[in-house]
Write a protein that binds this ligand. Structure first.
Ligand code: ATP
Ligand code: MG
Length: 299
């Protein structure tokens, strides 16, 4: 487990100015591991990841049994930053019955006929569950902000579309998340922060390796042209929506193993803070259990 001080470095402080520049996508550990080679770092990160996943599985079992709290993990990132791999690794040790994953694509006609939070609310986590959002309602202040033509498709009444729309969306998102938090949902939001150079490397890998061709989409290359606009939208969005009840973490993502350790660690720690216990039974229920035990033994 990494200590809290390290993890806090990646948290966007609520109510403070935030500069994306303050987090290096290539970060690969503090001074104690800075001397490690890539292979050594990967091995060491994988070991810590396994420990985190074991701990996470224990916490999940309690979350499920307790059946009161729920956990929402939001993943946002540029293409090829490793969202899919993150989902795969973080959920690896979980009980599938207590975990849901949703990927949000461009909204359907039916979705566009509702408020943008409609599709989000419908799949928000049930009590006892961990839900992971692969993209989320934040697309509404990211891709839509970068491409205002998407806003036009949303069928909003004209008087409601003003210059203030993004501020209003931040406010609505914060209020929505506060509502969820007040009803027992722990919300953790991760921006997997990959550098432009690393994205290029990963796109090239997808183009050069036939097994990865299916992962490449020409659309991803188009979006890359808007890199600076996206970074500005992330910076503004994260600053406006990192709250006490739903903080953002900016995760250095040029090294996948490092990113996975950080996310699993932050998630596990947040669940530990709930101090979950398996539910205990009343004296009456205990007597009934003893009775059942006697009956079975004497069969
Ligand atoms: P992968 O490429 O790894 O399969 P992905 O999340 O990039 O994963 P795609 O189907 O390639 O999946 O892309 C989904 C697209 O939908 C993204 O470009 C995203 O910006 C877009 N999208 C998601 N939500 C919205 C939204 N509310 N409005 C407009 N576009 C959205
Ligand atoms: Mg994609």
């Amino acid at each position: 487990m990494l200590n809290k001080k390290i993890l806090d470095k990646f948290r966007v402080t609520p109510g403070k100015k935030f500069k994306l520049k303050s987090i290096d996508p290539g970060w690969r550990g503090d001074k104690e591991i800075r001397g490690l080679s890539d292979t050594e770092l990967k091995q060491s990160a994988e070991k810590v990841l396994l420990q985190n996943l074991q701990e996470l599985a224990d916490q999940q079992a309690k979350l499920y049994a307790d059946d009161r709290w729920s956990v929402l993990v939001v993943l946002q990132a540029m293409d090829a930053a490793g969202k899919d791999g993150m989902v795969k690794h973080v959920t690896a040790g979980l009980n599938p019955q207590g975990c849901d994953v949703y990927s949000f694509k461009a909204p359907s006609a039916e979705e566009l006929d509702h408020s943008y939070l409609w599709r989000i609310m419908r799949v928000s986590p049930a009590r006892g569950k961990i839900t992971i959002f692969n993209r989320s309602h934040y697309e509404e202040v990211l891709v839509v902000k970068v491409h205002p033509e998407y806003l036009k498709k949303q069928k909003l009444p004209a008087p409601l579309v003003t210059k203030k729309i993004w501020e209003e969306r931040y406010e609505d998102i914060n209020n929505f998340e506060k509502h969820m938090a007040r009803n027992g949902t722990i919300i953790l939001k991760f921006f997997l922060h990959v550098s432009r150079d690393e994205q290029k490397k990963r796109f090239l890998e997808r183009l050069e390796n036939p097994d990865k061709h299916w992962k490449f989409s020409a659309q991803d290359l188009n979006e890359r042209q808007y890199w600076n606009d996206y970074m500005r939208a992330y910076e503004e969005g994260l600053e406006a929506t990192s709250t006490k009840w739903a903080p953002w973490y900016v995760i250095p993502a040029d090294n996948k193993a490092v990113a996975r350790v950080l996310v699993s660690n932050i998630l596990t720690r947040a669940m530990e803070e709930l101090k979950l216990q398996f539910p205990t039974v009343t004296t009456e229920e205990k007597l009934a259990l003893e009775e059942a035990h006697k009956r079975l033994v004497s069969e």
